[in-house]
Design a protein around this ligand. Structure first.
Ligand SMILES: NC(=O)c1ccc[n+]([C@@H]2O[C@H](COP(=O)([O-])OP(=O)(O)OC[C@H]3O[C@@H](n4cnc5c(N)ncnc54)[C@H](O)[C@@H]3O)[C@@H](O)[C@H]2O)c1
Length: 419
């Protein structure tokens, strides 16, 4: 089994962390047990381009229990947990190509290794795998039954390809499932982004002015957590509806140029490019800290910051670089502008990934079991999968909800009964 990981000697710690995460993934555990018996993925090759974390290791174990042959590569050069990668290779016989901090060339070499196993199904987090197939291995696209996409940025890219008639593979937008974005993006990114920022800087959140760019699922989760810790969260948006929502949720809403003057900490969660740029760095306070938790490292214009700085102090702390500006102010950039929750912390807690990855596993099974090949476009996750995952998650939390009575079902589907 070919692999490229940092060092297999880290496997013991990785195995412990994978087991700890699995404790909090009860729905995925159930799927794993069923997959072990039924082997729905037998003989199928799956190439997964995901953040290599303890949670995705449990997804890989589930897919393997279902009979799949797996190659796992990183979906971001900084998000790999080297101990988890080592354990997947040593203890679980998976083929993994991922090293934390790998350069761009290695990152894409690893992605090519995943494509060269000629997958039947691909799983992406940001669409780098599917894009590379389209650009460099287009002849393989026809043999791929389906590709799942885990994140908002990936779905945006794939929908754009579909719109332009460039898409050659059927895609299932796992990100858009309610069992994914309502929980993973909001509570997962919310909590783990705070975690990443604190681990990188050890700052006190209470009393800080935190500027949150983007009030989508991730941004509102993060803003909510900052508020809960006593920070003064300020929202910047480009969507007027989201702007109103943020204001009515009790946040201050303003333009980035206004916020740039008062923020102590900035975090982008937009999926957009150059959200914080030269004109904003120019007016920031001395000591301002800037981070990103959106998918790609494009949300902060790092080139502009580099161009403005008279000195760059690399590694003033792990994951912190100081950019000294000509007038003596220093702006601190975290994790080179890459997603802070995965670079400096451990990504989302297992409990939310339980829902996202259960959805991923069931969608893979659904794609394989279908008699007809999926049409080439971006598909939604089937509703029955979402409902199944949600019900089991609720059950695992020990929560019971009511069921509609026959009378209520009739009432809700009728147009004849009024007051
Ligand atoms: N860090 C993680 O682990 C993690 C997890 C899930 C998603 N993501 C990524 O986070 C990003 C956001 O995801 P989401 O699900 O919240 O998306 P979303 O579409 O729900 O929200 C994005 C918001 O940003 C706003 N926006 C766009 N450009 C802006 C700008 N220039 N200034 C201010 N606001 C702007 C949009 O109007 C929108 O409300 C994506 O890149 C996604 O892939 C990261």
């Amino acid at each position: 089994m070919k692999s490229d990981v940092r060092d297999l000697k880290f496997a013991t710690e990785g195995k412990r962390r994978i087991a700890w995460a699995e404790r909090d993934m009860p729905v995925l555990r159930l799927i794993k047990e069923r997959f072990r018996k039924e082997k729905p993925l037998k003989g199928k090759r799956l190439s997964c381009c995901l953040h290599v974390t303890a949670e995705s290791a449990n997804l890989v174990r589930t897919l393997k229990a279902g009979g799949a042959e797996i190659v796992l590569v990183a979906s971001n050069p900084l998000s790999t947990q080297d101990d988890v990668a080592a354990s997947l290779v040593k203890d679980y016989g998976a083929s993994v190509f991922a090293i934390k901090g790998e350069d761009k060339e290695t990152y894409y070499r690893h992605i090519r290794s995943a494509i060269e196993q000629k997958p039947h199904i691909t799983m992406d987090d940001g669409a780098d795998l599917v894009s590379t197939i389209h650009f460099e291995y287009a002849d393989q696209a026809g043999s791929i039954l389906g590709s799942t996409e885990e994140t908002t940025t990936g779905v945006i890219r794939l929908r754009a390809m579909s719109r332009d008639g460039a898409l050659k593979i059927p895609v299932i937008a796992v990100n858009d499932a309610k069992t994914k974005n309502l929980f993973d993006n909001r509570y997962g990114t919310g909590q783990s982004t705070v975690d990443g920022i604190i681990r990188a800087t050890d700052i006190l959140m209470a009393g800080k002015s935190v500027v949150v760019a983007g009030y989508g699922w991730c941004g509102r989760g993060f803003a909510m957590r900052c508020k809960g810790m006593g920070a003064n969260a300020i929202i910047t948006e480009v969507d007027p509806i989201k702007g109103i929502e943020a204001a009515m949720d009790g946040f201050r809403v303003m333009s980035m140029i206004e916020a740039a003057r008062i923020g102590d900490l900035f975090c982008t969660l937009t999926g957009d490019i150059n959200v914080i740029r030269k004109e904003h760095f120019e007016v920031m306070k001395d000591g301002a800290i800037v981070a990103n938790s959106g998918h790609f490292n494009v949300e902060i214009d790092i080139k502009a910051l580099e161009g403005m700085a008279r000195e760059v102090k690399k590694g003033v702390r792990e994951f912190v670089d100081g950019y000294v500006l000509p007038d003596g102010r220093t702006v601190y950039l975290l994790a080179e502008g890459r997603l802070i929750n995965l670079a400096a912390a451990e990504g989302h807690p297992a409990s939310v990934m339980d829902m996202s990855f259960s959805t991923q596993a069931l969608v893979a099974e659904w794609v394989v079991r279908r008699e007809e090949k999926l049409e080439i476009r971006v598909h939604d996750v089937p509703e029955e999968i979402e409902n199944w995952v949600a019900r089991l998650k609720l059950q695992s939390m020990g929560i019971e909800i009511d069921e509609l009575t026959e009378e209520q079902k009739e009432y809700l589907s009728s147009w004849k009964i009024g007051t």
